[in-house]
Design a protein around this ligand. Structure first.
Ligand code: ADP
Ligand code: MG
Length: 571
């Protein structure tokens, strides 16, 4: 095929595809411009997940008519002048292509008034063609309206999600922007309904409280550090407050939210051994380095950066995290005992119901406790000890079995839930004092949308507003097992299950049961008495398949007497 020059209009569309992937990318570019324009307050109004319209209003420096006409031209920017400027970027934008890219794939209208001018001007474009510029009225600042995104690019439009999904992405962008610029007031609406309202905040912590709720803010610990020109500042979660995913790990490098695997890795390493598996810390951390030591021009949507000396930056972060995590108040809160976490009695059923395990008396199986304990011999298996608070050692007629206590308990709870669901439905229990959880906006949307599915697995939630939900009813099978801290984590795990498997009802149902069983189950690290261990092993052996967990992970590892004899050369 011969080489041809693509029509300019086509090249614009192609380039736009890189920058403008979905409504959230439009929002990201427009709010970045509003932040760069030194606004004090920014409002974002979205309809149909942004596929209908996106309107971003700011009270920043604005543009005069000449600038307005230039703003929509590709590679026209007020933020850099020459190549040297690229080496030390202090603004969020710098390529001068965002408005051109948005204009190429939508119907666009910009109304702007410069702070130095008396008149405003309105510019309209359709599919990249300038239609008109006319006088208008407006206070100083800029309003950008984007309608019918991708109307001229149907192939792209087909890859968009539902309005709800697209709005979740928009929300995430706005939330992150609100974190990177806490001095600015932010408001976001969807379909006319207020979703986020964060007036200008004095500190990052105040902003976090606005967005995540005061309970989360209180449970955070400050991180601070300075190493040469590198400074680190922000907040991370105490190890007992954790999320089911990495969504709330936000790194702001020189005022820009970026994905930088190295930083995420340093964070994960700092928490190693402090968090139970499947839990992720919250982290909102600013990393400031001299602008010339970081390349921000490495990603089409400016979502990544490259450090000149990444080792130094990572070391500085590691040191700050380490210091933050080793302060005494943190250590005291690490891995609360089950006893502590169950301290709040919330179960309304005072009937002398037999608990499968009485963990209130849980102590490590060492010393006198163990001697004095009467170990019941159940079936032909006898629990003889617990290894590192994680594995049960079980004597059998054939030799030794090592049982993973968490997976075993998870399996027991899972099968009980499943059997109950198959029979008369999962019996629920009312909490006298409902358990409160605070969730992200995304999680709230998923929980509300799947109210019936959740009831199907025995969970009745009440929306309390402001991202707060109350657990009103909960499966009786789990109610006594679930630690108070577990609910926060559970709710995120449930949301993840609901988000992931919307179309396959059965898979989703099963996944919800597994998440619930996993969350309520004894964890690795929980000390058990021999009696508790024994009861667990007996319950396990009653199951259909005691040897593998629902995902095929082994629960039991056995070592036969024969094998032992061979090892010791007895045969
Ligand atoms: P960039 O942000 O990379 O410069 P854009 O295409 O996003 O490129 O914007 C082009 C120019 O339009 C900006 O450099 C800025 O001068 C102007 N501009 C865009 N949005 C605004 C706004 N909300 N307020 C003031 N000026 C704006
Ligand atoms: Mg820009």
């Amino acid at each position: 095929m011969a080489i041809v020059r693509l029509a300019e209009e086509l090249t614009r569309k192609i380039a736009a595809g890189e920058v403008i992937e979905r409504p959230a990318s439009v929002v990201k570019e427009l709010v970045e411009n509003a932040v760069d324009a030194k606004s004090e307050s920014i409002t974002i109004e979205v309809v149909a997940g942004g596929m209908g319209s996106i309107v971003v209003r700011d009270d920043g420096v604005g543009m005069d008519e000449a600038d307005l006409r230039l703003s929509i031209e590709r590679y026209a920017t007020s933020k850099i002048r020459n190549e040297e400027d690229l080496d030390a970027i202090r603004t969020l934008g710098f390529r001068g292509e965002a408005l051109a890219s948005v204009a190429a794939v939508s119907n666009l209208r910009i109304v702007s008034r410069s702070r130095d001018e008396a008149d405003a001007h309105a510019l309209t474009m359709s599919a990249g063609r300038l239609e008109k510029v006319v006088p208008a009225a407006r206070a100083a600042g800029t309003t950008v309206e984007v309608r019918d995104l991708f109307f001229n690019l149907p192939a792209r439009a087909r890859f968009l999600g539902t309005p709800r999904t697209e709005f979740l992405h928009v929300h995430r962008v706005v939330q992150r922007s609100a974190l990177l610029a806490h001095g600015i007031g932010w408001a976001l609406t969807h379909e006319g309904r207020g979703v986020l309202d964060a007036p200008a905040a004095a500190t990052l912590l105040d902003r976090i409280a606005q967005l995540y709720g005061p309970d989360v803010a209180r449970a955070l610990i400050p991180v601070e550090g300075q190493r040469g020109p590198i400074s680190i500042a922000g907040f991370i979660s105490r190890p007992d407050l954790r999320r089911g995913n990495r969504r709330d790990q936000i790194f702001v490098v020189n005022g820009r939210v970026v994905e930088e695997r190295g930083l995420a890795y340093v964070l994960a390493s700092a928490y190693r051994g402090l968090l139970r598996p499947g839990g992720f810390p919250i982290a909102i951390v600013r990393v400031d380095v001299p602008p010339e030591s970081v390349d921000v021009n490495v990603h089409p949507r400016k979502e990544a950066v490259r450090f000149a000396e990444s080792r130094q930056v990572h070391d500085a972060l590691a040191a700050s995290l380490h210091q933050a995590l080793s302060t005494p108040h943190v250590v005291a809160s690490i891995l609360p005992s089950r006893e502590e976490s169950r301290a709040a009695e919330r179960v309304s059923e005072p009937s002398g119901k037999q608990l499968p395990f009485d963990l209130r008396t849980a102590v490590s199986t060492t010393g006198r406790e163990r001697e004095s304990e009467k170990v019941r011999i159940g079936g032909d298996r006898r629990v003889v000890g617990q290894l590192q608070c994680t594995y049960l050692l079980v004597e059998t007629p054939d030799g030794l079995e090592i049982v993973d206590q968490h997976i075993a308990h998870e399996r027991v709870l899972y099968e009980r839930l499943r059997d109950a669901a198959r029979e008369a439905g999962i019996p629920r229990q009312l909490f006298l004092l409902p358990v409160r959880v605070e969730v992200s906006f995304e999680t709230a949307a998923l929980l509300s949308a799947h109210r019936e599915d959740l009831e199907g697995v025995g969970i009745v939630l009440e929306e309390f507003g402001g991202g707060t939900f109350l657990f009103r009813e909960y499966p009786r099978i789990l109610a006594d097992e679930q630690s108070q801290y577990g609910f926060q984590e559970l709710v995120e795990a449930l949301a993840e299950a609901l988000e992931g498997e919307q179309d396959l009802k059965n898979t989703m149902f099963d996944r919800l049961l597994r998440e619930m069983a996993c969350s309520a189950a004894i964890k690795a690290g929980d000390p058990l008495t021999l009696t508790e261990g024994q009861r667990l092993v007996e319950n396990l052996m009653e199951l259909e398949n005691p040897y593998t967990c629902p995902h095929g992970r082994p629960i039991v590892f056995s070592l036969s007497r024969e094998e032992l004899d061979r090892r010791f050369r007895r045969t």
